[in-house]
Write a protein that binds this ligand. Structure first.
Ligand SMILES: Nc1nc2c(ncn2[C@@H]2O[C@H](COP(=O)(O)OP(=O)(O)O[C@H]3O[C@H](CO)[C@@H](O)[C@H](O)[C@@H]3O)[C@@H](O)[C@H]2O)c(=O)[nH]1
Length: 242
Protein backbone atom coordinates (compact mmCIF):
# COMPACT_ATOMS: atom_id res chain seq x y z
CA UNK A 1 0.00 0.00 0.00
CA UNK A 2 1.17 3.54 -0.80
CA UNK A 3 2.27 5.53 2.25
CA UNK A 4 3.79 8.80 3.45
CA UNK A 5 7.18 7.30 2.62
CA UNK A 6 6.45 6.08 -0.90
CA UNK A 7 3.93 8.69 -2.10
CA UNK A 8 5.22 11.66 -4.03
CA UNK A 9 3.19 14.71 -5.03
CA UNK A 10 4.09 16.60 -8.20
CA UNK A 11 2.62 20.11 -8.07
CA UNK A 12 2.11 21.64 -11.52
CA UNK A 13 2.33 25.43 -11.46
CA UNK A 14 1.57 27.02 -14.85
CA UNK A 15 2.81 30.60 -14.98
CA UNK A 16 2.37 33.55 -17.27
CA UNK A 17 3.52 36.87 -15.79
CA UNK A 18 3.54 35.76 -12.15
CA UNK A 19 6.82 37.27 -10.92
CA UNK A 20 5.25 38.80 -7.81
CA UNK A 21 3.23 35.71 -6.90
CA UNK A 22 5.71 32.91 -7.55
CA UNK A 23 8.05 33.35 -4.52
CA UNK A 24 5.12 33.38 -2.09
CA UNK A 25 3.22 30.42 -3.55
CA UNK A 26 6.44 28.37 -3.68
CA UNK A 27 7.31 29.29 -0.09
CA UNK A 28 3.82 28.30 1.09
CA UNK A 29 4.04 24.99 -0.77
CA UNK A 30 7.49 24.17 0.61
CA UNK A 31 6.30 25.01 4.12
CA UNK A 32 3.15 22.91 3.80
CA UNK A 33 4.93 19.84 2.45
CA UNK A 34 7.80 20.16 4.91
CA UNK A 35 5.30 20.22 7.78
CA UNK A 36 3.28 17.27 6.47
CA UNK A 37 6.38 15.21 5.65
CA UNK A 38 5.17 14.14 2.21
CA UNK A 39 7.64 13.93 -0.65
CA UNK A 40 7.01 16.52 -3.36
CA UNK A 41 8.28 18.45 -6.35
CA UNK A 42 7.04 21.74 -7.78
CA UNK A 43 7.08 21.90 -11.58
CA UNK A 44 6.95 25.44 -12.96
CA UNK A 45 5.70 25.62 -16.54
CA UNK A 46 6.40 29.15 -17.68
CA UNK A 47 5.34 30.22 -21.17
CA UNK A 48 7.97 32.86 -21.97
CA UNK A 49 6.54 35.43 -19.55
CA UNK A 50 7.78 38.87 -20.54
CA UNK A 51 7.85 39.99 -16.87
CA UNK A 52 10.79 37.69 -16.04
CA UNK A 53 8.90 34.99 -14.11
CA UNK A 54 11.40 32.37 -15.29
CA UNK A 55 14.36 34.29 -13.83
CA UNK A 56 12.55 34.39 -10.47
CA UNK A 57 11.88 30.64 -10.79
CA UNK A 58 15.60 30.04 -11.37
CA UNK A 59 16.41 31.93 -8.16
CA UNK A 60 13.87 29.82 -6.27
CA UNK A 61 15.45 26.69 -7.70
CA UNK A 62 18.83 27.79 -6.31
CA UNK A 63 17.21 28.43 -2.93
CA UNK A 64 15.17 25.24 -2.54
CA UNK A 65 17.11 22.79 -4.75
CA UNK A 66 16.53 21.43 -8.23
CA UNK A 67 14.96 18.25 -6.89
CA UNK A 68 12.18 20.38 -5.35
CA UNK A 69 11.80 23.11 -8.00
CA UNK A 70 11.73 21.73 -11.51
CA UNK A 71 11.67 24.16 -14.44
CA UNK A 72 9.94 23.11 -17.67
CA UNK A 73 9.61 26.37 -19.60
CA UNK A 74 8.28 26.89 -23.10
CA UNK A 75 9.22 29.76 -25.39
CA UNK A 76 5.76 31.26 -25.97
CA UNK A 77 2.28 31.37 -24.51
CA UNK A 78 0.63 28.16 -25.66
CA UNK A 79 -2.39 28.05 -23.31
CA UNK A 80 -3.25 26.65 -19.91
CA UNK A 81 -4.43 23.20 -21.03
CA UNK A 82 -1.26 22.44 -22.96
CA UNK A 83 0.83 23.68 -20.00
CA UNK A 84 -0.67 20.88 -17.87
CA UNK A 85 -0.04 18.31 -20.60
CA UNK A 86 3.58 19.47 -20.80
CA UNK A 87 3.98 19.44 -17.00
CA UNK A 88 2.66 15.94 -16.43
CA UNK A 89 5.19 14.54 -18.91
CA UNK A 90 7.90 15.59 -16.46
CA UNK A 91 6.12 14.65 -13.21
CA UNK A 92 7.89 11.94 -11.21
CA UNK A 93 5.28 11.62 -8.43
CA UNK A 94 2.51 9.05 -8.23
CA UNK A 95 0.11 11.93 -7.53
CA UNK A 96 -0.26 15.21 -9.41
CA UNK A 97 -1.67 18.42 -7.95
CA UNK A 98 -2.75 21.16 -10.35
CA UNK A 99 -3.17 24.69 -9.05
CA UNK A 100 -2.90 28.34 -10.08
CA UNK A 101 0.33 30.16 -9.26
CA UNK A 102 -1.36 33.47 -8.41
CA UNK A 103 -2.33 32.58 -4.79
CA UNK A 104 -6.00 32.11 -5.73
CA UNK A 105 -5.52 28.50 -4.63
CA UNK A 106 -4.05 28.33 -1.14
CA UNK A 107 -1.66 25.44 -0.37
CA UNK A 108 -3.32 25.09 3.06
CA UNK A 109 -6.01 22.98 1.35
CA UNK A 110 -3.53 20.40 0.06
CA UNK A 111 -3.34 18.36 3.32
CA UNK A 112 -7.17 18.17 3.18
CA UNK A 113 -6.99 16.90 -0.41
CA UNK A 114 -4.48 14.24 0.61
CA UNK A 115 -6.56 13.22 3.63
CA UNK A 116 -9.72 12.96 1.51
CA UNK A 117 -7.94 10.87 -1.12
CA UNK A 118 -6.68 8.48 1.52
CA UNK A 119 -10.07 8.24 3.26
CA UNK A 120 -12.02 7.55 0.06
CA UNK A 121 -9.18 5.88 -1.85
CA UNK A 122 -10.48 7.87 -4.81
CA UNK A 123 -8.80 8.69 -8.13
CA UNK A 124 -9.37 12.46 -8.04
CA UNK A 125 -9.99 15.06 -5.34
CA UNK A 126 -11.50 18.27 -6.65
CA UNK A 127 -11.45 21.58 -4.78
CA UNK A 128 -14.95 23.02 -4.97
CA UNK A 129 -16.24 26.56 -4.50
CA UNK A 130 -19.83 25.44 -4.72
CA UNK A 131 -20.52 23.19 -1.73
CA UNK A 132 -20.24 23.51 2.06
CA UNK A 133 -17.77 26.10 3.22
CA UNK A 134 -16.44 26.67 -0.31
CA UNK A 135 -16.66 30.10 -1.91
CA UNK A 136 -15.07 32.91 -3.85
CA UNK A 137 -13.50 36.02 -2.36
CA UNK A 138 -12.74 39.22 -4.23
CA UNK A 139 -14.50 38.76 -7.57
CA UNK A 140 -16.83 41.46 -8.86
CA UNK A 141 -20.43 40.68 -9.79
CA UNK A 142 -19.61 40.22 -13.50
CA UNK A 143 -16.87 37.64 -12.84
CA UNK A 144 -19.06 35.75 -10.35
CA UNK A 145 -21.89 35.70 -12.89
CA UNK A 146 -19.59 34.36 -15.65
CA UNK A 147 -18.24 31.61 -13.40
CA UNK A 148 -21.64 30.61 -11.99
CA UNK A 149 -23.25 30.60 -15.44
CA UNK A 150 -20.41 28.58 -16.98
CA UNK A 151 -20.64 26.05 -14.17
CA UNK A 152 -24.44 25.89 -14.22
CA UNK A 153 -24.56 25.39 -18.00
CA UNK A 154 -21.92 22.67 -17.85
CA UNK A 155 -23.78 20.92 -15.00
CA UNK A 156 -27.05 21.11 -16.91
CA UNK A 157 -25.66 19.85 -20.22
CA UNK A 158 -23.05 17.34 -19.08
CA UNK A 159 -24.07 16.11 -15.60
CA UNK A 160 -20.59 14.94 -14.66
CA UNK A 161 -21.15 14.29 -10.95
CA UNK A 162 -18.87 17.07 -9.66
CA UNK A 163 -19.98 20.40 -8.20
CA UNK A 164 -17.20 22.66 -9.54
CA UNK A 165 -16.41 22.06 -13.19
CA UNK A 166 -14.58 25.26 -14.01
CA UNK A 167 -12.15 25.25 -11.10
CA UNK A 168 -8.72 23.73 -11.49
CA UNK A 169 -7.39 23.10 -7.98
CA UNK A 170 -7.32 19.30 -7.90
CA UNK A 171 -5.33 16.23 -6.91
CA UNK A 172 -5.09 13.25 -9.27
CA UNK A 173 -3.51 9.85 -9.28
CA UNK A 174 -0.92 10.41 -11.98
CA UNK A 175 -1.79 7.39 -14.12
CA UNK A 176 -5.46 8.43 -13.97
CA UNK A 177 -4.68 11.98 -15.08
CA UNK A 178 -2.48 10.70 -17.90
CA UNK A 179 -5.26 8.46 -19.17
CA UNK A 180 -7.77 11.31 -19.02
CA UNK A 181 -5.41 13.76 -20.71
CA UNK A 182 -4.78 11.32 -23.55
CA UNK A 183 -8.50 11.40 -24.28
CA UNK A 184 -8.97 15.20 -24.04
CA UNK A 185 -9.22 17.53 -27.01
CA UNK A 186 -9.43 20.97 -25.33
CA UNK A 187 -6.50 23.36 -25.00
CA UNK A 188 -7.59 26.38 -22.93
CA UNK A 189 -9.56 26.90 -19.72
CA UNK A 190 -12.27 24.46 -20.89
CA UNK A 191 -9.71 21.71 -20.30
CA UNK A 192 -10.58 21.68 -16.56
CA UNK A 193 -14.17 20.85 -17.38
CA UNK A 194 -13.32 18.24 -19.99
CA UNK A 195 -11.08 16.44 -17.49
CA UNK A 196 -14.00 15.83 -15.11
CA UNK A 197 -16.35 14.86 -17.93
CA UNK A 198 -13.86 12.27 -19.25
CA UNK A 199 -13.16 11.06 -15.69
CA UNK A 200 -16.87 10.40 -15.27
CA UNK A 201 -16.96 8.53 -18.58
CA UNK A 202 -14.06 6.32 -17.52
CA UNK A 203 -15.74 5.66 -14.17
CA UNK A 204 -12.94 7.20 -12.10
CA UNK A 205 -13.89 8.01 -8.51
CA UNK A 206 -14.06 11.55 -7.16
CA UNK A 207 -13.90 13.21 -3.76
CA UNK A 208 -14.55 16.91 -3.15
CA UNK A 209 -13.07 19.37 -0.66
CA UNK A 210 -14.59 22.84 -0.21
CA UNK A 211 -12.08 25.60 -0.98
CA UNK A 212 -12.10 29.36 -0.91
CA UNK A 213 -10.88 30.87 -4.16
CA UNK A 214 -9.28 34.26 -3.47
CA UNK A 215 -8.90 36.68 -6.36
CA UNK A 216 -5.31 37.54 -7.18
CA UNK A 217 -3.71 40.65 -5.66
CA UNK A 218 -0.78 40.91 -8.10
CA UNK A 219 -0.95 40.68 -11.88
CA UNK A 220 -3.94 40.06 -14.10
CA UNK A 221 -6.23 37.19 -15.01
CA UNK A 222 -5.59 35.78 -18.50
CA UNK A 223 -9.23 34.81 -18.88
CA UNK A 224 -10.39 37.09 -21.70
CA UNK A 225 -13.20 37.20 -24.24
CA UNK A 226 -11.55 34.68 -26.57
CA UNK A 227 -11.20 32.16 -23.72
CA UNK A 228 -14.90 32.56 -22.91
CA UNK A 229 -15.81 31.92 -26.57
CA UNK A 230 -13.52 28.86 -26.56
CA UNK A 231 -15.23 27.66 -23.37
CA UNK A 232 -18.69 27.96 -24.96
CA UNK A 233 -17.51 26.09 -28.08
CA UNK A 234 -15.86 23.40 -25.95
CA UNK A 235 -19.00 22.96 -23.86
CA UNK A 236 -21.17 22.51 -26.96
CA UNK A 237 -18.63 20.09 -28.43
CA UNK A 238 -18.68 17.96 -25.28
CA UNK A 239 -22.48 18.07 -25.14
CA UNK A 240 -22.69 16.91 -28.75
CA UNK A 241 -20.04 14.19 -28.50
CA UNK A 242 -20.36 12.67 -25.01
N1 LIG B 1 2.08 28.41 -18.73
C1 LIG B 1 0.92 29.09 -18.86
N2 LIG B 1 0.25 29.48 -17.76
C2 LIG B 1 -0.89 30.18 -17.92
C3 LIG B 1 -1.44 30.50 -19.19
N3 LIG B 1 -2.59 31.18 -19.00
C4 LIG B 1 -2.76 31.28 -17.66
N4 LIG B 1 -1.73 30.69 -17.00
C5 LIG B 1 -1.54 30.51 -15.55
O1 LIG B 1 -2.66 29.77 -15.09
C6 LIG B 1 -3.06 30.20 -13.78
C7 LIG B 1 -4.51 30.69 -13.81
O2 LIG B 1 -4.59 31.78 -14.73
P1 LIG B 1 -5.46 33.10 -14.44
O3 LIG B 1 -5.51 33.88 -15.68
O4 LIG B 1 -5.01 33.77 -13.19
O5 LIG B 1 -6.85 32.42 -14.18
P2 LIG B 1 -8.12 33.06 -13.51
O6 LIG B 1 -8.73 34.08 -14.39
O7 LIG B 1 -7.87 33.43 -12.10
O8 LIG B 1 -9.03 31.76 -13.61
C8 LIG B 1 -9.17 30.87 -12.56
O9 LIG B 1 -10.53 30.61 -12.47
C9 LIG B 1 -11.05 29.95 -13.63
C10 LIG B 1 -12.55 29.84 -13.55
O10 LIG B 1 -13.02 29.68 -12.27
C11 LIG B 1 -10.39 28.60 -13.78
O11 LIG B 1 -10.90 27.92 -14.91
C12 LIG B 1 -8.90 28.80 -13.97
O12 LIG B 1 -8.21 27.56 -14.03
C13 LIG B 1 -8.36 29.58 -12.82
O13 LIG B 1 -8.41 28.77 -11.67
C14 LIG B 1 -2.06 31.28 -13.37
O14 LIG B 1 -1.03 30.66 -12.62
C15 LIG B 1 -1.54 31.79 -14.73
O15 LIG B 1 -0.26 32.38 -14.65
C16 LIG B 1 -0.70 30.05 -20.35
O16 LIG B 1 -1.07 30.27 -21.50
N5 LIG B 1 0.46 29.37 -20.12
Amino acid sequence: MASRKTDKYSVLLPTYNERENLPLIVWLLVKSFTQSGYNYEIIVIDDGSPDGTLEIAKELQKLYGNDKIVLRPRATKLGLGTAYVHGIKHATGNFVIIMDADLSHHPKFIPQFIKKQKELKCDIVSGTRYIGTGGVYGWDFKRKLISRSANFLAQFLLRPGASDLTGSFRLYKKDVLQKIIDSCVSKGYVFQMEILVRANQFGFTLGEVPITFVDRVYGESKLGGSEIVQYAKGLLYLFATT
